[in-house]
Design a protein around this ligand. Structure first.
Ligand code: BES
Ligand code: ZN
Length: 625
């Protein structure tokens, strides 16, 4: 029966590889299959007193569905004053709109009803002082102490809190902006920042390459520029800029190495913006201008893999973009892999291996209490889920591990060419896991049959945990750390007699992570006297030392710990200490006190995470009572 055969073949072909049609973005109200934003023109005033951006956003539209009349946008806590529409250069005229009730996770759907398919829609609006994607800092929270500061953090779905748009990574648009600030304030965007711009409070930007909404970015404050190379440099407060240029002096070399692996850097300039310590992340890959936490400036370049990471996103993420957040491994896993290749090329294999071991130990640790359905790279459609759920070691480190597996099986030469082709053929497009799988199958797997089986690939992509056949990374340097730690723990050597002279941040991190959950407080005194962990300015050490001190009842560390939690707002660095504190009644009370003091200086993202953690701990202690 040939017809049945045909039907069956059609049916099989239309069953998606991951058992589900995963093409739509459940984190956005937009309907990109009907109409798409192609261009955005912003005209905004920055008001530090009101903690508000206000002005207009003009959207240039491409209509996909001829029957479509409504334009549905994402917004969150925006005050919409008016919506207008026009064709060409004609006069704008007002059109009706409906702002839906606010959804806690996704904000308010804005439906604009148009009489016909206008080319441009202009929205006059203002942001809320509580906008989830903006932080407003008083002068006291900056290094200079005199000028206020503000910055955006749009990923994953916070762009909608400062611009009304289609807030989905499946839509790309170019943009221009005119930004007005107080005259002594410098404004920057993820666009063509001019290193020689005159500071006058009136700035124009243009981003001619199409980007997704989560890469929209703005910052304003007392910012100055110093070059690293002809196309790279640092924007920072005057107090920080020289230290940053020194720490990140290898940035140009990083760009060159990545270009030699994956093709030209396609964004013209690559600058770093050093934010105040309240920046909630390590870094954010805003195109042409990565946003960077100051906590990686430790004086010895030991944490510059963060720069390698944000730079790598110029290929994996900004050039080829995950089509929705459930495919975040395509951004973060690829980037973590490329990051490690850059580190290896610049600082050698031992350093790259140490970094892989540290992040994989972190992954294995997280897997212990992660439900099986969240341990997979290719996450299923889940309406209503928070996109930040995908933010964890699985997307980053399991993703990178998978690519390293492919690299080892096929060899560097073929695998590098394959990755380069992935970036080239999908440049300035969004892609999902189905597309990657198809590209892998028709590329490497077809050309080199028998090297990697489909079952192996599917195990990486769709099974929980890490496959038993995953490549293992050995680190002789860490073996030496294991030996030193053991001799101290078994009291064969005093702390000050350990051979630690050549240790870098990575060895110290590994040393601390390998200590038992609890160590006698007197023994921590000995460690502390030898190595001065308490009060360390290295956040990677602080985020491991303070929780250990809490678990071990080493109260002498408390004043410095409290200072650390109040000064630093980078979520990853402060959460482990709040978590350790929240395990006892006394600790929870102490944490609650510190949080009350720290909160005005925290970014909404960090505040929300700490708040949720403390609330869970309070509830748990109540039921235990
Ligand atoms: N794009 C991410 C930050 C991000 C991810 C923000 C998801 C919001 C939602 C950035 O590139 C990143 O991964 N930053 C890491 C540093 C990196 C070296 C692992 C961070 O901030 O810790
Ligand atoms: Zn990243």
């Amino acid at each position: 029966m040939p017809r049945l055969g045909l039907l069956l073949a059609l049916l099989i072909a239309s069953v998606p590889a991951f058992g589900q049609d995963r093409r739509s973005d459940e984190h956005s109200y937009a309907q990109p299959d009907k109409v798409r934003i192609r261009d955005l023109a912003l005209d905004l005033a920055v008001d530090f007193d009101k903690r508000q951006l206000s002005g207009s956003a003009t959207l240039g539209l491409e209509w996909v569905d001829p029957a479509q009349r409504d334009l549905v946008l994402d917004t969150r806590d925006l005050a919409i004053a008016a919506v207008e529409a026009r064709n060409g250069k004609r006069k704008f005229r007002e059109v009706p709109f409906v702002l839906a009730e606010r959804d806690e996770r996704f904000g308010s759907k804005l439906t604009i009803t148009l009489p016909r398919q206008f080319e441009q829609v202009r929205i006059r609006y203002a942001t809320s002082p509580e906008a989830s994607g903006l932080q407003w800092l008083s002068p006291a929270m900056t290094a200079g102490g005199k000028t206020p500061f503000m910055f955006s953090q749009s990923q994953a779905i916070h762009a909608r809190s400062w611009v009304p748009l289609q807030d989905t990574p499946s839509v790309r648009f170019t943009y221009t902006a005119r930004i007005r600030t107080p005259a002594d304030v410098m404004a920057l965007m993820s666009a063509d920042n001019d290193p020689a711009a005159v500071r006058d409070g009136d700035y124009s930007f243009s981003m001619p390459q199409a980007i997704p909404s989560y890469l929209m970015a703005i910052a304003a404050g007392d910012l100055v520029f110093k070059p690293i190379s002809a196309r790279a440099g640092v924007w920072a407060e005057p107090q920080t800029v020289d230290k940053a240029v020194k720490e990140f002096e290898d940035t140009e070399k990083m760009i060159e190495v990545t270009e030699s692996l994956y093709g030209p850097y396609r964004w013209e300039r690559y600058d770093l913006l050093i934010l105040p310590p309240s920046f909630p992340f390590g870094g954010m890959e805003n195109p042409r201008l990565s946003f960077i936490t100051p906590t990686v400036i430790v004086g010895d370049k030991s944490l510059v893999s963060l720069i390698a990471h944000e730079l790598a996103h110029s290929w994996s993420g900004n050039l080829v973009t995950n089509a929705s957040w459930k495919d975040m491994w395509l951004n973060e896993g690829f980037t973590s892999y490329v990051e490690n290749r850059i580190v290896e090329a610049l600082y050698g294999k031992p350093r790259a291996d140490m970094e892989f071991v540290i992040s994989r130990n972190g992954l294995l640790d997280q897997l212990k209490d992660l439900p099986a359905e969240r341990q997979v790279l290719v996450l299923p459609m889940r309406g209503g889920s928070d996109p930040e759920d995908a933010l964890g070691a699985v997307a980053y480190d399991k993703g990178a591990w998978f690519l390293q597996f492919l690299e080892q099986r096929y060899g560097r030469e073929d695998f590098d060419a394959f990755l380069r082709a992935w970036f080239d053929t999908h440049a300035f497009q969004s892609a999902d896991s189905d597309q990657f799988l198809a590209f892998l199958k028709s590329g490497l797997m077809a050309k080199r049959p028998g090297v990697v089986s489909e079952a192996e690939v599917m195990a990486w992509l769709t099974q929980p945990g890490v496959p038993a056949f995953a490549p293992q990374t050995a680190s002789p340097r860490f073996d030496a750390v294991d030996a030193a730690r053991a001799s101290w723990l078994e009291q064969r050597a005093a702390a000050r007699d350990l051979d630690t002279a050549a240790w870098t941040t990575q060895e110290w991190v590994y040393f601390l992570e390998g200590l038992p959950e609890v160590v006698d407080a007197e023994r921590l005194v000995e460690l502390d006297q030898a190595f001065r962990f308490t009060g360390t300015s290295n956040g990677e050490l602080a985020q491991r030392w303070y929780p250990l001190s809490v678990r071990s009842g080493y109260f002498e560390a408390r004043p410095a710990m409290s200072l650390f939690l109040r000064k630093i707002g980078r979520r990853k660095l402060v959460m482990p200490t709040y978590d350790a504190l929240s395990k006892s009644e006394e600790g929870l009370a102490f944490a609650t006190q510190i949080f009350a003091m720290a909160r005005p200086g925290y970014h909404p993202i960090t505040s929300a995470s700490v708040e949720a953690l403390l609330a869970r701990a309070r509830a748990a202690q109540k039921t235990a009572d």
